[in-house]
Design a protein around this ligand. Structure first.
Ligand SMILES: [Zn+2]
Length: 392
């Protein structure tokens, strides 16, 4: 519907994401919302943004902003996950709450300046998030094999959910959060209708711990002094059982999903309320074997992208995750990669205002320089050129 205060923007390409790229397309905005997207007969008075492709603002489905002051990842590339966790715990232990708050602000500024408009953030209460961009969905982290620590973090998550209408809950990971505590987190997410996020299937060592109660992870837990008898193994088909449990929530993010069998992927595909969050450059930092993203997509599982934290990634620029995939995963259709960076993350986080260019969505979009005259050249330019939000 046309509006007297509306403004129209046109460019060489418009990428609605949930519809094919439109050469010479245009977007009408009014009152902070998109009211119309078109492809023919550009309305008179349109602002021509020129040799550019317009895309919705980016969605980073997984971050830990408290590590944003790190200038480089912790440990060397290829470090084992369990060793890296020990290094992160040591680094986290040294940070004061003021340093944590400053790190969050640094991370938010970095995400805003690189085009992220919505993010899923793993929060360690107490935390105080500044208003502004990007919009954050904080997931209060619950961790601890020791019952008193687990209970304390569960209570803190409940308190955060009470005061923050957006907050969800994050049982940290299968190796750090007992099954019974994960069940309590699922029950809380269900009863409060909040989202859940959990690191799952990060490595074969995690699977070995859950299936047999032994291996590198079991050794690390013992060396950290946190091992408790009776918590592992979980028994047969641990990840299948976990996905069935998480499916009871309204919405759950399965962070990483690096080590999944075909049958586990088929189980996930039955539950549209589960979204896998793939963190490509973090996955690369750990030198895990090839991520099953193509099989997940083929099975119909929603896959979103995340940067994870600066403890395993040199920056929080989600567009660099897109470019990493356009360069290194040429088996993935570029259109799918763009969905992972936008609409899939928004849906996974329960947001219907971001992630696409269509009537009713927020008028927050960005551009990438391109003079392409074909879709193939367009995607080649996206793989090379930076993404920047356009202030309109
Ligand atoms: Zn993470």
């Amino acid at each position: 519907m046309k509006n007297e205060t509306s403004q129209v923007f046109t460019a060489r390409w418009v990428l609605p994401i949930t519809a094919p790229p439109i050469p010479g397309g245009w977007i009408r905005v009014a009152g902070g919302e998109i009211t119309e997207v078109g492809g023919e007969s550009v309305p008179l008075g349109a602002v021509d943004l020129g040799e550019m492709a317009l895309l919705p603002g980016l969605v980073n489905a997984h971050t830990h902003l408290e590590f944003s002051e790190f200038t480089e990842p912790i440990g060397q590339p290829g470090v084992s996950l369990n060793q890296w966790i020990g290094m992160v715990i040591a680094a986290r232990g040294q940070a004061s709450s003021l340093q944590k708050h400053q790190a969050v602000e640094i991370g938010m500024r970095e995400m805003a300046s690189t085009g992220t408009v919505l993010a899923g953030e793993i929060a360690t209460p107490p935390c105080d998030y500044p208003d502004g961009s990007p919009q954050l969905i904080p997931f209060s982290e619950v961790v601890g094999l020791d019952p008193s620590r687990g209970n304390e973090r569960f209570a803190a998550a409940g308190a955060m959910i009470e005061v923050n209408g957006q907050a969800g809950i994050s049982p940290h990971a299968p190796y750090s959060t007992p099954w019974s505590l994960i069940e309590r987190c699922v029950d809380l997410a269900r009863s409060t209708n909040r989202p859940l996020a959990m690191h799952v299937a990060e490595s074969p060592a995690e699977r070995e711990l859950l299936r047999y109660g032994r291996g590198e992870f079991a050794d690390s837990l013992k060396s950290f002094g946190v091992w408790r008898d009776g918590l592992f193994p979980w028994g047969d088909q641990p990840l299948t059982r976990l996905f069935q449990l998480l499916s009871r929530t309204r919405r759950s993010l399965v962070i990483h999903g690096n080590d999944l069998s075909d049958s586990e992927i088929d189980v996930m595909a039955r539950y549209p309320n589960l979204t896998v969050v793939y963190c490509p450059r973090t996955h690369c930092f750990f030198r895990h074997s090839e991520h099953p993203v193509a099989r997940l997509q083929a099975a119909g599982v929603r896959v979103a992208l995340g940067t994870d934290s600066r403890a395993s990634n040199p920056d929080l620029n989600l567009w660099k995750e897109v470019q990493h995939l356009l360069h290194h995963r040429i088996d993935l259709p570029p259109e799918d990669v763009l969905k992972m960076a936008t609409v899939n993350g928004a849906r996974g986080l329960g947001n219907s205002k971001h992630g696409e260019l269509r009537a009713g969505c927020s008028a927050v979009f960005g551009g990438v320089s391109t003079a392409a005259s074909s879709v193939e050249q367009l995607f080649a330019d996206l793989a090379e050129n930076e993404f920047q939000l356009i202030q309109c």
